[in-house]
Design a protein around this ligand. Structure first.
Ligand code: SAH
Ligand code: MG
Length: 952
């Protein structure tokens, strides 16, 4: 390579394979496609009619966001991929930390590089280097300017030149324009070849290019120039002044930088400075602004007044500086235009007001996510990574990478530690250490090998668990944020996503409310295992405060992250949703936490009195998981009140203006509505589909009748046999058991349900209410809101208690506590407890139905939940369950019998749902009932029905 240092050399030094570097940078967005190339064809055997199937060669096409690279031809696929990766690293100028050359070496290399850039072969290089485009365009400039290339072009468009300059003067990192004096110095050593002039800020080649070089460098077919108008955004230096659209007329054959210079009231292109690219990797969107002499103060002289000189001349453009994470002074123009690696033609794209706001919100993690979902007014960055199949939009890790790039921080540093999982010991309590949300691949493989009888624990014992730690550094390597949670995961990827999620959740909270008191920042950081350096953090994000519009905190729905983090997700803002109207018949198909919903929606900006309505965002098919805050809280609240087929309409107060303008296509109209009227947002949605959580899908697919139905029927059977007249269902949920009981004649007179989910209780109340009006023999029904680990004297001495699929939703110590509370204080004659049999999961997972449109490759990932449901805190093996139940029974003087539903007791791996039936051996002595227990009422009545009340 030109400067004697091929990318391959650089790569070798770092010990990082080119593919790893590309992976670090782009993750799953890097897509390698290897094509077979027939040898015989390549060698071009002329007379060969039938192409010979010789040994194959390969070519690799590497697709990266916005750039596609084609490798040469190689014998081995691997080499083709490697070469494509190397080419990408070269083209994108990816910085690889290596032992950099000494400043002296770098100065020499800089001269070499400059020599190459002005050589004959460079002008027609293929693929075209962006600078060669400028060289060619400069030759078309008129009069004295002919052949003059602005020095700022040299400063920003050649990554090699740039990194060499960084070696000479590290301050180039923060002020890229310090490259200019360095180039001038190098040029002075090349006085035969080039000339520069400080006044002009230009560089030019002294000797004319030979005509044949010019000819071969120009595209033959580029006919008459068409009328070309490009939209750009003018960002005034003063924040008082609004940004506005400007039109760049680049139709003439002139040099586009001269056109931009005119718009900035500058004499010519040389007076324009060009920022780094903004936005997506390899984007051509940049800021253009006036060059001031102070930029050129010799770095070596370390002029003490450099900054001050600049300040006295012109002031910082806060909006432009924030967008580019680079100091920009004076008025600026934001345009997407330039020569690229892709073609010799000038590339250009309109930058609209909407694009400006999209760039602005993509500085915020939540904004990055919203944009990835194309749902700026609807999507929110989810607070939990449940399963990969339920995740929509950019993954947490990718959002974190984008965020760091947008703010010009160093790339996040991930370190994962893997530790062999400890063997599961005999005591049921011990499996708590396996807080793993993943299905082990080994397990699945074994199962598909037919060895279903494998004790699931065996494979767990041999497996490994991952913890991930992430550090974020500034470009100058100051540590800003660090997150090292204790949670471990069975898959490395899950640990990476979960740690990324924690950092982003914290950052998001910061950006949502930039006036957050620092105690709050600290306490949430604690909860999320985040540590940050106040000083370094504020240094990096100082401008954000003056740029992002401040949010009205009271309309903000979810009060973000109280300690006890995710549990607060259940509390939804009743306020904030205005004039809600739900239409259509209740189909009974309702969302529950963990369901995947599909809705269609439109969002309108409406003015008071609804005289004007502007559509801001629509989506005919928008999917999201419910219960994790994946959409704005208002929407999340409303859909939980809906059933499939229903439509709803509601209004909310306005979100920050930047989001509205990032969504609005017609910015002019939107702005005029916003400025002249009092407005709100109107959402119109329709619930199209509800896909149940994986557990339910698995249970329905594998069992007929579905496992949940079998459980309920098992319990109903026992209840009938027992002749019980009073029943309490612990953790009744939406009342599936209570509901079914009303379908059969039983001796029951009084039924009670307890749960901590008000939403579920609400649904249970609806169902019971509609059924109980028929004569069922039941004369009292009550639903309580309360935790079943708490005592409430109103539940003492019932005939029968049921607790179906509830204990696994509590931490193990809580499940044990529940056992003690029920059997020692509530003392039902019979207690039925069911919970999943962990050993059965291999079968469930093996036959889990793929959800619609799921990529088969994703199949294993879709099962990334080790347990059947991500809300499960544990799942017990038969042995663990027996151990718990047997000890509990013995302690409280009950007998216990084991049974189950789904599968059978006699064949491995037992029942799908395991059930214990406890029976009281001797009736409690009267005072025994309340020993140690207060007589308090700790539950809250949510709904109550009695036959006497209703018939009277
Ligand atoms: N028994 C129902 C619901 C099972 S889902 C059925 O078989 O369909 C588990 C239920 O347990 C959820 O509704 C959840 O809200 C409830 N739950 C979890 N922890 C609880 C606790 N500590 N006290 C009461 N209910 C609890
Ligand atoms: Mg469950």
């Amino acid at each position: 390579m030109e400067n004697g240092k091929s990318p391959a050399d650089v790569v070798k030094k770092t010990n990082l394979a080119p593919k790893s570097i590309i992976f670090q940078k782009f993750g799953s967005k890097a897509c390698y496609k290897v094509e077979e190339v027939q040898e015989s064809y390549e060698k071009g055997c002329p007379g060969l009619a039938i192409p010979q199937k010789g040994p194959c060669s390969y070519r690799c096409i590497l697709q990266l966001p916005e750039i596609t690279i084609e490798s040469g031809i190689f014998k081995r696929k691997k080499d083709a991929e490697k070469s494509a990766a190397e080419m990408a690293i070269e083209k994108l100028g990816i910085q690889i930390s290596t032992d950099s050359p000494t400043p002296q070496e770098a100065s020499d290399l800089l001269v070499e590089r400059l020599t190459y850039l002005f050589s004959n072969e460079f002008l027609s290089s293929d693929p075209p280097h962006p600078i060669s485009g400028h060289l060619r365009a400069a030759l078309e400039r008129e009069g004295d300017l002919c052949g003059l290339v602005p020095l700022s072009v040299m400063a920003v468009y050649d990554s090699k030149l740039n990194s060499l300059c960084k070696c000479i003067n590290p301050k180039v990192e923060s002020n890229p324009f310090l490259v200019i004096p360095l180039i001038m110095r190098a040029a002075s050593r090349l006085s035969e070849l080039v000339a520069t002039s400080e006044g002009q800020l230009s560089i030019w080649r002294k000797n004319l290019y030979p005509p044949e070089v010019i000819e071969s460098s120009v595209d033959q077919q580029s006919g008459a120039p068409q009328s070309t108008l490009v939209e750009a955004i003018h960002i005034p230096c003063s924040q008082e002044k609004a940004i506005e659209l400007v039109i760049l007329d680049i139709s003439s054959t002139g040099y586009y930088l001269d056109v931009i210079a005119k718009k900035l009231d500058l004499a010519d292109a040389a007076k324009v400075l060009i920022s780094r690219a903004i936005g997506k990797a390899s984007s051509e969107t940049r800021l253009y602004f006036a060059a001031h002499q102070s930029y050129l103060i010799e770095p070596s002289s370390d002029h003490p007044n450099a900054k001050e000189a600049l300040h006295s001349e012109v002031s910082l453009n806060a909006r432009a500086s924030y967008l580019s994470s680079q100091d920009i002074y004076g008025d600026a123009i934001l345009a997407s235009i330039g020569f690229t690696w892709r073609s010799k033609d000038l590339f250009y794209e309109d930058v609209s007001v909407q694009s400006y706001y999209r760039m602005l919100i993509s500085k915020i993690p939540g904004g990055i996510y919203k944009l990835s979902r194309e749902a700026v007014l609807t999507a929110e960055f989810p607070l939990a990574f449940t399963t990969r199949t339920n995740w929509r939009g950019s993954l947490p890790r990718d959002v974190l990478f984008t965020f760091c790039r947008q703010h010009r921080l160093s790339e996040p540093v991930f370190s994962t530690i893997s530790t062999p999982l400890k063997a599961v010991s005999e005591s049921p309590g011990s499996s708590k250490k396996l807080k793993v949300t993943d299905s082990s691949e080994e397990e699945t493989e074994r199962a598909s090998g037919g060895a279903i009888s494998t004790d699931a624990r065996e494979s767990v014992e041999s497996a490994v668990s991952y913890q991930c730690e992430i550090k974020i550094f500034s470009k100058s390597q100051d540590l800003i944020i660090e997150c090292s949670p204790k949670d471990s995961f069975k898959k490395q990827n899950d640990s990476i996503q979960n740690t990324s999620l924690k950092i982003i959740s914290w950052l998001n909270m910061y950006f949502k409310d930039l006036n957050l008191p620092s105690e709050k920042l600290n306490s949430t950081a604690n909860v999320l295992d985040v540590q940050f350096s106040h000083e370094n953090f504020l240094k990096e994000f100082v401008l954000s405060r003056s740029i992002h519009t401040v949010h009205h905190a009271e309309t903000e729905g979810v009060k973000f992250l109280e300690p006890n983090t995710m549990s607060m997700l259940n509390t939804m803002p009743e306020q904030g949703v205005q004039s809600l109207n739900i239409e259509g018949p209740d189909s009974g198909v309702c969302p529950s936490n963990g369901s995947l919903l599909c809705i269609s929606y439109s969002v309108f900006l409406v003015t008071e009195g609804e005289h004007m309505k502007e559509n801001l965002e629509s989506n005919p098919k928008f999917e999201f998981e419910i219960g994790v805050g994946a959409v704005i809280p208002h929407l999340e609240l409303v859909v939980t009140l809906m059933s499939v087929g229903q439509s709803a309409c509601f209004k909310t107060e306005l979100p920050p203006e930047e989001f509205i303008l990032a969504a609005a296509v017609n910015s002019a109209r939107t702005l005029s509505l916003l400025s002249s009227k009092s407005c709100c947002l109107e959402y119109s949605i329709r619930l199209l589909q509800v896909t149940e959580p994986l557990e339910d899908r698995m249970e329905q697919a594998l069992f007929s009748p579905p496992l949940s139905k079998q459980r309920v029927e098992y319990a109903v059977q026992r209840i009938k046999e027992s002749g019980a007249t009073t029943l309490v269902d612990f953790g009744c949920g939406s009342g599936s058991l209570l509901d079914s009981l009303l379908n059969y004649p039983t001796a029951l007179e009084k039924i009670v349900g307890v749960d901590i989910s008000q939403k579920s209780l609400g649904r249970a109340a609806k169902i019971l209410h509609s059924k109980l009006s028929n004569n069922t023999g039941i004369n009292s029904a009550i639903l309580y809101d309360g935790s079943i680990t708490d005592f409430d004297s109103r539940l003492c001495g019932f005939d029968i208690g049921t607790c179906l699929e509830v204990i696994e939703h509590m931490e193990e110590d809580q499940a044990c506590l529940f056992g003690d509370v029920v059997l020692s204080y509530f003392c039902p004659k019979v207690l039925i407890v069911s919970t999943p049999n962990y050993e059965y999961n291999v079968i469930l997972q093996k036959s889990s139905p793929p959800s619609q449109e799921e990529d088969p490759d994703e199949k294993t990932q879709s099962q990334s939940c080790k347990f059947r449901n991500h809300d499960h805190k544990f799942e017990w093996t038969r042995e663990q369950f027996n151990h718990w139940a047997t000890e509990l029974a013995a302690k409280h003087n009950y007998s216990v019998e084991f049974s189950g539903v789904g599968g059978s007791a006699d064949s491995e791996p037992g029942f799908a749902s395991q059930i214990a039936v406890f029976r009281r051996i001797c009736p409690p002595q009267g005072d025994d009932l309340f020993k140690n227990a207060d007589t308090g009422h700790h539950y809250q009545v949510i709904w109550e029905w009695s036959s006497s009340a209703s018939s009277s």
